[in-house]
Design a protein around this ligand. Sequence first.
Ligand SMILES: [Zn+2]
Length: 202
Amino acid sequence: MACLECKTDSPDAISFRVLEVHTLHIRDFSGERIIQALGELRDYEICMACALEGVRAFLYPAKMILRKCFGFLGLILAGMILTLLLTVNESWPALKGVFAVKALGPLAVIVGMLGIFGNVREILRVRESVSKMNHDEAVKYSAYNLILKNAPKKFNDNDITYIPVSKDTINMSPSMLAEKYNLLPAISVKAHEIITGGANNG
Ligand SMILES: [Zn+2]
């Protein structure tokens, strides 16, 4: 099997078995509801080089922060330019008294700053938790994140999410699975059966 990230074969790859969950969101007059079904059990691999690179990216996240915040920086810049233009050209007759247009610039700056703040806080939270893991845990965490990043997220209109088949999930009750992986009650019971090996033909 090839690494899901770099597509090369390697003997020391880390493999994961995951269970697919298909979720279809339906919006009608009574609001939104979901239909859910379990998909296949799938095996995916991440090579050690990609997993280690992933750990490094979590621990030294400057590039990740830049990538995630680039759009928000652009928004802040655009907001500042707009505010400046409207201040300088107060005499633009078409804009006289149009408060909504004047609020647009500051609003863009605020949204941009909130976006950067939220992203940086999340990235630093992950950095903190990865830095407390031992080597094996960090490599596994990184590999699993790469699998979630690369595995299919859509099948037709269905969203696909994944439940890892691991020591942790095998020890979870259906209700714990339901809470952690956003499953409907009936689906969580079935998922529990499949993960614990109770339903080999599932
Ligand atoms: Zn790889």
